[in-house]
Design a protein around this ligand. Sequence first.
Ligand code: DOR
Length: 461
Amino acid sequence: MEFASRSPVNPAIDGQSLAIIGADVVVMDEVRRLDIGIVDGRICELAPTLQQRYAHTLHARGLCALPGLIDTQVHLREPGLEHKEDLVSGSNAAAAGGVTTFFEMPNTKPATTTVQAWQDKLQRAAGRSRVDFAFYAGATAQNAKEIASLEGRAGYAGTKIFMGSSTGSLLVAGDADIKTLLLNGRMRVAVHAEDEDRLRLLRRTVCGRQPHDHPDRRDPQTAEMAVRRLLDLSLETMRPVHVLHVTSADECALLRRHPARRLATAEVTPQHLLLSAPECYDRLGNLAVMNPPIRDEHHRLALWQALHDGVLTLIGTDHAPHTLSEKARPYPDCPSGMPGLQTLLPLLLNEVARGTCSLAQVVRWTSQRPAQVFQVIGKGGLVPGLDADITLVDLQLRQELTPNQVFSRCGWSPFLGQKLTGWPKMTLVRGNLVYADGQLVGAPIGKAVKLGPVLSIVPPS
Ligand code: DOR
């Protein structure tokens, strides 16, 4: 690949036009060799040979162009926990991983539970985030009306409810409070669904104190009970909900048959699709500990099946960086969570190389569906009129994930040392090159994205 450009560092930063020449483009379920014309940060045409003249040219022969990924579940830790990550390091990891938009979670310090705390995050991201962004507000038993007032504002990703406690103190455990939240507002509500009463019971009754015991201390029933309550409430209030990090065959079975299934969407993480117990705990110890837990092969295979069937709608990472020294505390005092923003795409491209899924499915699960489900305006495809958020990948490149490649401040990944086939080479956000060949490019230009009114019916797969 080569640049032919008057400003080779960042071809379209000046708002001029850019042509990406000779990439393979996923169109519907086919891969076709097409040029991509970009004007004012938006795709204006795709054609075998562009006729219009463009100010800059980016040669991408041998690379495949995918729509930039949208990660709907990341924890970037700012404010208050910047020793783990901040909006600069986290958004750099996103750019390096081909992720061009993220939705950030509210369990920071302070938690994002007020309009003011949400505005503070937007201000922090302006001029510092390398990719586009939106921030969730964290639900409490008192703030339903206040956070509903954020709906429709650029940079608002919606309400996040923790039904079970995890990292931080956010918790709305009871049906009455959850119902109040669902009755206020219209946007899809993202939910960490683990039943708090059962979590407390298991904490008292499960004796094991090893990372291997984590899936028993937060068992499949904990997740299934919470998802059932949530789906019942979704149906009762007719409010669309989004179940985060589904981990079990039991939840998949419920999502498949529950009468609220057309109101509810659900996501799965790459780590729940690719790691399984007990092997991950043998090999990674506390590094494999997250909430809800990585479970055994039976559950892992059910997750893949549900993803292929459209029961699970999309893939989000739950990027949850903690430092290695925090993770070294003896279980269960170690924090739960693992980073994932930068490895989302290489891990999935490796699955394409292995034949587990197709490139078109990866595009569907990481870009089209997140844009559809959350109605992200201007995003989600390589289509004229949409933002030129583009990830150029080398599908043949086989290389090992090494610590010096990791952009997240936490400095590690559960997938370090793995050889993967298929890597992002360049990332463009609204026509601006932000990452190329291992290097960050240009100044951070991330902007707040706007989510439209949510369609309550989920399109079948
Ligand atoms: O493992 C997890 N870590 N699960 C969560 O729900 C929160 C996350 C974090 O913020 O560390």
